[in-house]
Design a binder for this molecule. Structure first.
Ligand SMILES: Cc1cc2nc3c(=O)[nH]c(=O)nc-3n(C[C@H](O)[C@H](O)[C@H](O)COP(=O)(O)OP(=O)(O)OC[C@H]3O[C@@H](n4cnc5c(N)ncnc54)[C@H](O)[C@@H]3O)c2cc1C
Length: 567
């Protein structure tokens, strides 16, 4: 087993991870930061973000308004201290990215352009055409390359936190290329592993988004927060789940039912296509239930119509949408409406952290989609996530520096023992005989989650999902793997990911079952109202051998009292 030593170990090379790495080495130039990523950093899911990143920069806008929009979007479950920090630091981060080379789109007068996004009261979303994530990640990645103290471990799959003396001191990682275990030791660890959309069958999320960081933290006894809140984006392509960015509505696109009607007038009359995602996704499903949707080879759908925008505007502001629709649907959105349906997109919940990214476990920090700090509460507003990765990625990097400087290296012996034991566990899985198949268990998990924890939820279906997941956990022990090779054993990686997915699915389903109200993206047909007296609180789940253990913590309220959420 190989061992390496660093000041800070960072897991994840996406937007949050790279921002944290740069913050750490800039604050402490002599430090070494290990950046461990299961894919080459530019392949992180951030690269596929399209629409943009929100921050207040215009005269018609204010920090209070951005905070209020975010809180209202969250159905008042977001922590208000975190939201205030977020809006204050947002613009500085986007300007910093410009200085690192991110080519933000411009107005004719030279100012950075802003566009509409759902649930935002004014135009405040910065963008780089509709390839924002690609350009942001590029700017971060090339900046990270300037720092030779950021040491990369590409295609290393982290499976476990190494903890000794009540403090995290590194991670165990499988080198996918060689099949060997590696202990990456450091005095602080930052988890930036992104979301877990792959728990569901139909998602915009890359197949690498398997909730690894959430599951690894959960298994180390750290609570996951607000995991019942899963965001459906209203406009995914049927079949593939490829996202058609909200910017297409921000730039003026319409949603139409099979009768050619802009049906949102019945659901979000004042915001129409610029309503928040939870409400528009529910509206589309209700149109389907009322028989006003189209039927296609991949189920029902509605239309997203961009034709009235014209070819010039589409090519200038939404070139990637045109490219995607041409390549994956075989039609041109300049001339035909796009078939769309709601699709799982984002996890509002995650590892419970404070505003510096600190978790309950000393030395462990988390930021980005994997964390719940929480600014998203029960429903995230589009374009807040990329900015969240920057603001809280930087903060986690700085906090990890401070922690790392103030502590010792600890004892190596127990850490290497743990890493060896982890290596043995993985070795036992490689080529293991058993009667269950990864693909079959994953499929059953996906379908159970869609049935019980979809756009609309109901007690008996959720109970059935919880039971199915418990059975799947049992069957997972009898998994059979055909590939016993060491080099690039992708079957082994898929098996490890499946274990993480089942952990996350169990947490989502159990918290959803326990929240007997409707709030944000969590909509129960049997409890249709928001019940603040009982449920204005964060759920938190810890791992226990007998099943997820649930408790609740209060929501931090500073200046905004919860009110009815109407658009
Ligand atoms: C299609 C799409 C479009 C989006 N568009 C927008 C948008 O326009 N605006 C917006 O604000 N948000 C958008 N979002 C959401 C936003 O892009 C993500 O929430 C954000 O990019 C997540 O960044 P991250 O750094 O937290 O994680 P990611 O970018 O997902 O990176 C995770 C990193 O962790 C690593 N990793 C994971 N597991 C392991 C492991 N076990 N071992 C080692 N490494 C591991 C991966 O290799 C990767 O480097 C979009 C999301 C999608 C899916």
């Amino acid at each position: 087993m190989e061992v390496s030593y660093h000041d800070i170990v960072l897991v994840g090379g996406g937007c949050a991870g790279l921002r944290a790495a740069i913050a750490a080495v800039e604050a402490w130039p002599e430090s070494t930061v290990a950046c461990v990523s299961k894919v080459y950093p530019m392949r992180s899911h951030t690269v596929s973000a399209e629409g943009g990143a929100a921050a207040v920069t215009r005269d018609d806008d204010s920090l209070d308004l951005h905070a209020y929009d975010t809180l209202k979007g969250s159905d008042f479950l977001a922590d208000q201290d975190a939201v205030e920090t977020f809006v204050e630091e947002a613009a500085g981060e986007l300007v910093q990215l410009e200085h690192w080379g991110c080519p933000w789109s411009r107005e004719p007068d030279g100012r950075v352009a802003v566009r509409w996004f759902g649930g935002m009261s004014v135009q405040r979303t910065w963008f780089a055409t509709d390839k924002t994530g690609f350009h942001m990640l590029h700017a971060l990645f090339q900046t990270s390359l300037k720092h030779d103290r950021i040491v990369r471990f590409d295609e290393f799959f982290v499976t476990k936190l190494l903890v000794d003396g009540g403090q995290v001191r590194g991670v165990a990682a499988l080198d996918i290329r060689t099949g060997e275990m590696h202990a990456v030791l450091g005095r602080a660890v930052i988890i930036c592993t992104g979301g877990a959309g792959r728990v569901f069958p139909f998602t915009t999320n890359a197949s690498i988004k398997s909730g690894d960081g959430m599951a690894i933290a959960y298994r180390a006894g750290i609570p996951l927060k607000d995991m019942e809140f899963v965001q459906y984006h209203p406009t995914g392509l049927p079949g593939t789940g490829i996202l058609i960015t909200e910017a297409s509505r921000g730039e003026g696109g319409y949603l139409l039912n099979s009768e050619g009607e802009r049906f949102l007038q019945r659901y979000v009359p004042n915001k129409m296509e610029l309503g928040p995602r939870d409400m528009i996704s529910r509206a589309i499903v209700q149109e389907m239930q009322a028989g006003r949707a189209f039927k296609g080879a991949y189920g029902e759908y509605v239309h997203l119509d961009l034709r009235h925008l014209g070819e010039k505007a589409i090519d200038k502001k939404l070139p990637f949408v045109r490219e995607l629709v041409r390549n994956y649907v075989g039609i041109d959105p300049v001339h035909e409406p796009i078939p769309v349906r709601p699709v799982v997109h984002y996890m509002m919940g995650g590892i419970d952290t404070d505003v510096m990214g600190a978790t309950e476990l000393p030395g462990l920090f988390a930021a980005g989609e994997v964390a719940a700090v929480s600014i998203n509460g029960a429903n995230r507003l589009g374009s807040n996530s990329l900015t969240e990765c920057l603001v809280f990625g930087r903060r986690a990097g700085l906090a990890a520096v401070e922690f790392s400087r103030g502590t010792d290296d600890g004892k190596e012996g127990p850490l290497l023992e743990q890493a060896k034991a982890e290596g043995a566990r993985i070795e036992a899985l490689r080529g293991k005989s058993g009667s269950e198949k990864i693909s079959q268990l994953r499929r059953e998990m996906n379908l159970a989650m869609e049935r019980g924890c979809g756009v609309f939820r109901e007690e008996s279906e959720m109970q059935a999902t919880v039971q199915t997941l418990a059975q799947l956990r049992g069957r997972f022990a009898d998994l059979g793997l055909a590939d016993s090779s060491k080099i690039f054993n992708t079957e082994l990686v898929a098996a490890l990911e499946l274990g993480h997915l089942i952990d996350v699915a169990e947490v989502v389903a159990n918290t959803a079952l326990a929240r007997k109200e409707s709030r944000g993206a969590h909509t129960r047909t049997d409890y249709p109202n928001r019940l603040d007296a009982e449920y204005l609180k964060h759920s938190r789940v810890r791992f226990a051998p007998e099943g997820p253990r649930l408790d609740y913590t209060p929501v931090t309220i500073t200046r905004w009292q919860p009110e009815e959420r109407k658009y």
